[in-house]
Structures are given as structure tokens and as C-alpha cells.
Design a protein around this ligand. Structure first.
Ligand code: DGJ
Length: 540
């Protein structure tokens, strides 16, 4: 007994020492949290709106030996947040023994690089499989089972009805969150992703284990029937209540309930914002369930996840669709009054970079390309075959534009005063309505000349952001575009009273020069900048 007491005292002292060595201070910073007002969202970090300018490392890049190949990419793109996995198989090498060395290294090095972390808990689910289960669990497949199909054959996806797996994940995730609380008073870690793209690939729409069969034959949960507005008799079975969708809805509900229990337990230890990421179905012409990863938060089951997983703060789309119509539809589907838009993964060909601005236009709280580090894992066809500075440059441009006004952009977005656009093929001009003023964004016009008939850029790479700072005053940034303003009153014409280039320091705009002459005669032209201007407007 005495021995045990001494051991727990030692452990507590160790955590304290680590916390102060990791943090360098003792007063805790405010907890990161998500807030909503009038259907708009903000992620508060250090008590103020924060925009995640992220980069996600490759799956196997979270090891200390790999980090020297990760940080240079983070630095080059000037990301303010690194999304990086924590592996269950590493974190709990023996039942109940936790190894936080990897997580501590990440936190320590992130601080050295002045970067925040979003940790990805590779737990029960990783892309629909359970490949990150610790070895001691993998050795007991009967105790920690995979799903079975209707004929009883096991498939490579964990059963959401496996009580022992759930209990083990709850235990491990709680330990992770407890540890973060102990060592991270300065909130280097700002969010945690619970699992990775949960669901099931390969055609099987739901589990057929005895427990799953029993539940599926029983009544559908009353709160779900009510939330989906389905007219069904009390105690209606899943099939009676949801007809053709019953199996898919059952699987989504089962996974969401499982993950909610993991998330709830973790939050009890340390209430950081938690989210799950989704492998998407085609948002325009989805095939039947089973042709996409089923059971995760695809757009059709967002309402199910919302009821089943209240401890999950947001459902995030991973977008690997390099066509504009689909990309934009995904943004529309996931940006909801009850769901803050966060895009934690994107493909990383240059086209994706400018879509960051389309996400900002939908009030995103964060965005990140996937797999941009130097660990030499080529990602063709969803990314570049080689990651070098040329691959990183279009993403670096984004963060050089928005980074210097990150806090202002997040605040303006939360207040409904920020609009942003990404160029589309066949749409060389966009007008943004700010009431008394319209901002007109055009693409492909030469730096000199009226540019009445904009042709668009050869490749659609244009991007622009306009924020309303006050009456007749805007902040503008962009690339490969021209931005001009028109008074809503058509009888009047716009005058640039003052156009100042500069940047924000602690919320105050500090001009470095005044734009005039060639720089304003035809509107405000942005090439590969990066430039931020404050525009004061008048009319005549
Ligand atoms: C989506 C997953 O969430 C990532 O972890 C990774 O596997 C990519 N797909 C593909 O490389």
C-alpha cells in the first residue's frame, strides 16, 4: 500500500515537472473552445477567435525520428497548426501502461516552433480499419472483434458493438486527455480528432454480429426517430422507421454512439474541442450505401451523428475532390449553424490551395492540406509524387496572405464581416455584397487597363478575401486577381480615399506604404504578393 502511494506521488510529481518544463509557466491559458453566435462559429484560442492555418503530416510522420522532416515543411508554408497522429499502438504498449513520450516530444517541439497542434487519435478506427490497435489487442481478435457480414465472415473493420474494444478505447483516450491536461497548461494542443475517418469500406453496410443483429431487430432509438422527423409507430424497428436506409443509419448510429462514449470520457478528463473527420460520399451523385465508406459522418447522416454524438463538437469533411462543383457542395453541406466548418484534410495538388479561400467564404474555422512533409512518401494520384518547395508554394502563398491577419480574419468571420472567394473556370468575376459597397473581384485582367471583360486566369488560381473593418473601410488580400469597389448607389462612383499596404500587430493595422498611381488607378491588383491592404473609400 505504502509502495503504491509512493508510486502515485512520484507520478504526480513527474507530471508537474513535465508541465512546467514543457510550458515554462504555471498560470494556465484559457481553454480552447468553439463558440456559436447567430449560426456563425469561432474557435477561441487564448480567449480570441483563431483560424487554423494547418498542415497535416503523413500517417507515419508522428515519430520523433521523422519530425526533423516535418518541421521544415511547417515552417516553409508558415502553418500555425500541425495536425499529427497519436498512435494507440504506441501510446499503450501494454494494457494500462501508457507511454506519453511521443506526445511529449510533439508538444515540446511544437512549442519550439511556435506552432499549435491538432492531435489525431488513431484509436479503434483508422480509415475504417482497426490497424492501430495495440499488439496485445491484435493478439486477441475474439475479444476485440472485427465486424462480420451476413454469412459470418469477418471483414477488416472494427465492430462498433464490441464492448471490450470500447472499454479499452475509453480507457486509453481518457489517459491521453488526462495527460494533455497535466502537461499542456499553455494549450499547445487546441483540438483533438477522435479516431480517423471511422466507418466501413468494402461494401458491408453494417455489422452482423449477434449483438448487432439483436439491436437491429429491436426498436430504433426514439430520440433519433424524433430528430429525423420520421412518422413511425412507437417502438418501430429500424427497418420500419427508416426503410431502405435502415442498415446504413443503424451503422452510423452505432459508430457515433461508440465514439461519443470515447469522446465523453476524454472530455471529462480535459474538455478540449473534439471532432471527427469524414471520408465523403459523392455530394452530387452519391451511389448507394456501401459504395462509399459507410457509417462515418457522410453528409446524409450528419443529423444522426448530431443526435448520437453530442460530445463531438464538429464533423469535418476530408476533401479529396478536385472539381469545383463537388468541392463547393461539400463546403455547403458541412457549414451549418449546428456544425462549424473545419476542413482538416485536402488533396495537395496546386488546385486545392486556392480552394482555401472558398472554405473561408463559408466561414471555415480552419483548413489543412494532407501529407505535406518531407518524409518522402509520394501521394500520387491524390497529391504530388514528390513533396518539395514547389509543391508547398501554393499553400505557402495562402498562409503568407492570411497569416499576418489571422486573428482579424477569424474575428471578422465570426462577426459576419468577412467574405472570400476562389476562382472557378468560367466565372472570371464575382461580386461580394457589403451593403453600402460591393467588392468586385476579377481574374486574368492585366495590371493596366479597365479590365471590363476579364478572361479569367489560364488556370483557376485566383483567390481574394475582403473584410469590413468599419464604415467605408475594408481590409483586402488576395492573389492573381483584381479587387475593386462600387457604391451600392449606382449614381455615385468610388474614390480610393486611401489605400495602405501593411499588416496587423496585436489587432492594430500598421501601414508600411500608401498605394497610389499605378497601384490603384485600375483597381487593386494582386499577383503572388503577399500583400494586405486597408482601403478607405469615398464617393463622388
Ligand atoms: C484520409 C485519411 O484520413 C488520411 O489519414 C490518409 O489515409 C489519407 N486519406 C490518404 O492518404
Amino acid at each position: 500500500m505504502r509502495h503504491l502511494f509512493a508510486r502515485s506521488l512520484l507520478a504526480a510529481a513527474g507530471a508537474l515537472a513535465l508541465a512546467s518544463s514543457l510550458s515554462g509557466q504555471t498560470a494556465p491559458a484559457p481553454l480552447p473552445r468553439l463558440v456559436e453566435k447567430d449560426g456563425r462559429h469561432a474557435l477561441l484560442v487564448d480567449g480570441a477567435p483563431f483560424l487554423i492555418l494547418g498542415l497535416q503530416a503523413h500517417n507515419s510522420s508522428g515519430w520523433p525520428a521523422m519530425l526533423p522532416k516535418v518541421w521544415p515543411a511547417v515552417e516553409y508554408v508558415q502553418a500555425n497548426t500541425l495536425e499529427i497522429p497519436v498512435y494507440w499502438e504506441q501510446f499503450e504498449p501494454e494494457p494500462g501502461r501508457f507511454d506519453s513520450s511521443l506526445v511529449d516530444t510533439l508538444i515540446r517541439q511544437a512549442r519550439e516552433h511556435r506552432v499549435r497542434l491538432v492531435l489525431l487519435w488513431f484509436g479503434t478506427w483508422k480509415n475504417g480499419s482497426s490497424h492501430y490497435l495495440p499488439l496485445w489487442m491484435k493478439k486477441e481478435p475474439q475479444r476485440y472483434p472485427r465486424m462480420v457480414d451476413a454469412s459470418g465472415r469477418r471483414v477488416d473493420s472494427p465492430s462498433p458493438h464490441a464492448g471490450a474494444t470500447l472499454a479499452a478505447d475509453v480507457h486509453a483516450f481518457s489517459a491521453l486527455m488526462r495527460h494533455l491536461k497535466a502537461v499542456d497548461p499553455v494549450r499547445t494542443v487546441i483540438m483533438v480528432q477522435v479516431q480517423n475517418e471511422p466507418g466501413t469500406w468494402g461494401g458491408l453496410v453494417r455489422d452482423h454480429s449477434p449483438e448487432a443483429e439483436r439491436l437491429f431487430a429491436g426498436p430504433a432509438p426514439a430520440e433519433l426517430v424524433k430528430a429525423l422527423g420520421v412518422a413511425a409507430r412507437p417502438e418501430a424497428t429500424w427497418s420500419e422507421a427508416f426503410g431502405r436506409d435502415a442498415e446504413e443509419f443503424f451503422h452510423a448510429w452505432s459508430i457515433a454512439r461508440y465514439i461519443d462514449q470515447v469522446a465523453e470520457a476524454g472530455k471529462k478528463e480535459y474538455p478540449l474541442p473534439l471532432y471527427i473527420n469524414a471520408a465523403l460520399r459523392d455530394p452530387l451523385s452519391p451511389g448507394p450505401a456501401g459504395t462509399y465508406e459507410t457509417g462515418g459522418a457522410t453528409d446524409n447522416v450528419i443529423p444522426i451523428w448530431k443526435v448520437a454524438a453530442p460530445s463531438i463538437d464538429l464533423l469535418a469533411p476530408d476533401i479529396y475532390m478536385d472539381d469545383s462543383a463537388r468541392y463547393r457542395k461539400v463546403l455547403e453541406l458541412y457549414a451549418r449553424p449546428d456544425n462549424a466548418l473545419f476542413v482538416p484534410e485536402n488533396g495537395h495538388t496546386p488546385w486545392y490551395a486556392h480552394m482555401f479561400f472558398a472554405a473561408l467564404g463559408r466561414q471555415a474555422i480552419g483548413w489543412a492540406p494532407f501529407g505535406l512533409d518531407y518524409t518522402a512518401y509520394g501521394r500520387a494520384p491524390i497529391g504530388a509524387p514528390v513533396v518539395d518547395e514547389e509543391t508547398l508554394a501554393p499553400f505557402a502563398l495562402n498562409y503568407r496572405l492570411v497569416g499576418p491577419m489571422m486573428r482579424e480574419a477569424a474575428r471578422l468571420s465570426f462577426e459576419g464581416k468577412l467574405q472570400a472567394v476562389a476562382e472557378d473556370n468560367g466565372e472570371p468575376a464575382r461580386t461580394l455584397d457589403f451593403g453600402a459597397w460591393k467588392a468586385v473581384v476579377t481574374y486574368g485582367v492585366p495590371a493596366f487597363g479597365f479590365g471590363n471583360d476579364p478572361p479569367g486566369n489560364r488556370e483557376p488560381v485566383g483567390r481574394a478575401l475582403v473584410g469590413e473593418l468599419g464604415e467605408n473601410q475594408f481590409v483586402v488580400t488576395g492573389a492573381f486577381c483584381r479587387v475593386d469597389f462600387r457604391p451600392a448607389d449606382a449614381a455615385k462612383q468610388r474614390e480610393f480615399v486611401r489605400v495602405e499596404e501593411g499588416g496587423f500587430e496585436r489587432g492594430v493595422f500598421r501601414p508600411t506604404r500608401i498605394w497610389n498611381g499605378d497601384e490603384t488607378d485600375w483597381g487593386l491588383n494582386f499577383a503572388s504578393g503577399p500583400q494586405i491592404v486597408r482601403v478607405t473609400l469615398g464617393s463622388y
